[in-house]
Design a protein. Structure first.
Length: 768
């Protein structure tokens, strides 16, 4: 409810949309992209369909002078961003229109969390000066505690890391002077005017770009995505799957309780007959059994609510950051109403059939039910066997889903990554202070690499602007400047990475042709490219000595000196992109990730890395180092949670089904004791009795197994989007599930069957 069903916590959220850029159909690119700043200016100035058009961009700022230096996630925003959302500061004011001017970074707004954690909720914080990136900023406002903004890809792809922003400052750009082609660097949030449809607004936005389309031959289009759809879209399928599994387990529990109540009421036929003979009405018997079911359901429901209330915070904290709106998850009146409704439905599912069966008994037949020679008739067992079959079918369906997700997760984590995950410790650094001019950054990186390489046990030390599995960055066209592409064709796109020479050795990325970059490549236009990029540009040709076009304002021609293996850059379930590696010397990115390969203890190496960086700049915010194994684990955290829950629900469902099978068979053996005694007295051997009971017991199990497999095969297409490297009809999973279900059911039936085989005929004939 909190993630998918509740409207976003902003004013009139149905009118909020994100504008995104769609690439040309034949460009080879999938998905959508951010927008150009000049486009934003045209829309904000001229779009009559839009009530407000705002711009934002992720950035990071280093806070000093308020305790230990710390790097904080922040948003650069246009002055009308918060008014577009319908949010206002709890203290102070928002940004003024004149503060959108280029280079205007003097003001800052704090989040409530930062205000409380670093400034002790100082009520006089407005007007105070704080230091960010080595420059003075004036605090003009503090946002309210109930402002929960999206993060990471919830704003769309290419936004930035999945971190909750703690600071806000003006973007400081002149969008009216931006070049209206390329430079898709900004996220655009739009509030439509009342009565304007998304289709009308989309047409208006695209029409305002008509001059640019003609002038620059743009073939991109603008689309509008509902804000809520963008925020929750990635989690929607997984959460609905989770809810379906929870409902299935609840249904299995209800069937199990109903089956046990049928067993219980079967032993009360004489009691019910006596009650009827003494004048009780059938409605009284019906309500009596239903009341017992209600008591059971209420006890379980109250215990479940208490457990849910106690565990909710820890469950939300353990959930991966990829699930949006976790801060909004809480128990409230609507959740309690849902729980009450679920309890009412559970009562009916558990008690309706037992109550109906007991209220419909024949008095004369039931008074004879306790006779020593009476046996359990077949039709009395059919309903209970059908319920067992239903439980087996439901548990089989869950087992197939859980098995597919588990196998998918296994294959995902064991898919070739292109790099080695063992023995690598990483640490991210941002050169945000003005003291880090180009030359200073160069010296700092080199000095840092030199000192990291001296840590005992370190085999290689290196740096890169963005580690694998951390997303896309410096995304640009891939082309050979010596062989321009035909005018009608569209360039492929590649990720550009800026590295120090030891990077590939530190990461364990194999060299396929040529050589790695080295110290002599400083200031030289050279590059190493991935295998896929080489195959695209020069299929079946030697790429060494050829050229690729670099990125940046100068776009130099880079000589290819080596080819390395492909690497999964964004996520394990996406194919490796084409990558161009360039020496960091030319671009010198503001952010670099240092990494070392060492067989030593990661914790001691991490402490040494922090110590070295602190000694080089005590004012730099230094985060805690992480290993590449942790980075890989974080990238699949959402799938791991889904797999763990699916497997847990499936195993719990199988346990319930096996308990139901055991209970029904044990009761059937007890009720058939006189019959079994007669068979034994007439010469039936123990193994024959045991086989008869086992065959009767496995009949509903086989029926349920077949029904469950058929149901699973019909529903697994809904799982297709959640799977990696596995088909929804994987024969290995289906065979394993069938084997497990049959084995567990056989074990559940074994004890009652052995009990039947040991029946003494004389005792059985006297059984009451």
């Amino acid at each position: 409810r909190s993630v998918l069903l509740e409207p976003l916590p902003f004013h009139d959220p149905a009118r909020l949309y994100l504008a995104r850029t769609i690439p040309p159909p034949d460009s080879g690119l999938n998905g959508n992209f951010p927008i150009n700043a000049r486009h934003y200016y045209e829309w904000r100035t001229h779009c009559r369909a839009c009530a407000s058009v705002s711009l934002l961009q992720f950035e990071e700022l280093t806070l000093t002078g308020a305790g230990e230096p710390i790097k904080l996630p922040a948003l650069g925003i246009s002055s009308n961003f918060f008014p577009t959302l319908g949010a206002a500061p709890a203290l102070g004011r928002g940004f003024l229109a004149e503060e959108d001017a280029p280079g205007h970074f003097g003001e800052v707004i704090l989040s409530d969390a930062l205000w409380r954690s670093r400034f002790s909720a100082d009520p006089h914080i407005v007007g105070r000066t704080i230091e960010l990136n080595g420059e003075a900023h004036i605090v003009v406002g503090v946002m309210p505690a109930n402002l929960h903004l999206p993060k990471g890809n919830e704003w769309g792809s290419f936004f930035g890391p999945s971190k909750t922003p703690l600071l806000f400052r003006p973007l400081g750009i002149d969008a009216s002077q931006a070049r209206p082609i390329g430079n898709l660097n900004y996220t655009c949030l739009i509030r439509l005017n009342p009565g304007v449809s998304p289709t009308q607004a989309t047409a208006a936005l695209n029409s305002l770009l008509a001059d640019f389309v003609r002038q620059y031959r743009l073939e991109t289009k603008i689309i509008l995505i509902p804000f809520q759809q963008q925020v929750t879209g990635a989690s929607r399928a997984g959460l609905w799957l989770l809810l379906a599994m929870v409902a299935t387990v609840l249904l299995i529990v209800c069937v199990n309780v109903g089956n046990l109540m049928l067993v219980r009421t079967a032993g009360r036929y004489r009691e019910a007959a006596i009650r009827l003979a003494l004048g009780a009405g059938r409605a009284h018997l019906f309500s009596m059994v239903l009341t017992e079911a209600l008591a059971l359901v209420l006890a379980g429901s109250l215990a479940g609510l208490a457990l849910a209330s106690a565990a909710l915070r820890s469950i939300a904290a353990a959930a991966p950051a990829s699930i949006p709106r976790l801060d909004d998850v809480h128990l409230d009146g609507r959740v309690l109403a849902f729980a009450v409704s679920a309890a009412a439905v559970s009562t009916l599912l558990s008690g309706l059939l037992p109550a109906w069966r007991l209220s419909r008994i024949a008095v004369q037949d039931s008074l004879k039910a306790g006779a020593a020679t009476s046996t359990e008739t077949a039709h009395k067992l059919h309903v209970r066997e059908l319920l067992v079959a239903l439980e087996v079918a439901l548990s089989t369906t869950l087992l197939v889903a859980g098995g597919l997700l588990t196998l998918s997760f296994f294959r995902l984590t064991h898919t070739p990554k292109g790099f080695d995950t063992a023995n690598i410790v990483t640490l991210d650094v941002s050169y945000l202070s003005p003291q880090y001019a180009h030359g200073v950054r160069r010296r700092y990186v080199e000095e840092t690499i030199e000192k990291l390489a001296q840590i005992p046990g370190v085999q290689a030390a290196a740096a890169i602007n963005l580690l694998p599995l951390r997303g896309d960055d410096w995304f640009s066209g891939l082309e050979d400047p010596d062989r321009p592409a035909p005018p009608a064709s569209h360039a492929a796109f590649a990720n550009f990475r800026f590295v120090t020479p030891q990077y590939w050795r530190a990461m364990g990325i194999p060299l396929l042709e040529g050589r790695y970059l080295n110290a002599s490549d400083k200031g030289r236009p050279t590059a190493v490219i991935s295998e896929q990029a080489a195959a695209y540009l020069w299929p079946n040709q030697d790429p060494i000595g050829r050229h690729v076009l670099g990125v940046g304002s100068q776009s130099p021609s880079l000589e290819v000196v080596g080819v390395v293996g492909d690497v999964r850059a964004k996520s394990l379930d996406e194919n490796p992109p084409m990558i161009v590696y360039e020496h960091y010397w030319r671009i010198q990115p503001i952010g670099m990730s240092f990494l070392v390969r060492t067989p030593a203890d990661p914790s001691s190496t991490a402490r040494a890395m922090r110590s070295i960086l602190s000694s080089l700049d005590p004012e730099m915010a230094i985060p805690h180092p992480v290993t590449m194994r942790q980075i890989v684990g974080d990238s699949v955290a959402g799938r791991r949670l889904q797999m763990d829950l699916a497997a847990a629900f499936a195993l719990f469902a199988l346990l319930l089904a096996s308990l139901a099978t055991y209970a029904v068979i044990a009761f059937a053996v007890a009720r058939r004791t006189p019959e079994l005694g007669i068979r034994a007295a007439l010469g039936a051997r123990p193994l024959q009795l045991m086989a008869m009971v086992l065959l009767d017991a496995m009949r509903p199990v086989l029926l349920g197994l077949l029904a469950g497999l058929a149901c699973a095969l019909s529903l697994t297409r809904f799982l297709a989007t959640q799977l990696f490297g596995v088909t929804p009809y994987d024969p290995l999973t289906i065979a394993a599930v069938a084997t497990i279900v049959l084995a567990v059911a056989a074990l559940a039936c074994l004890t009652p069957a052995r009990r039947a085989a040991r029946i003494d005929p004389l005792t059985a004939l006297r059984f009451e």
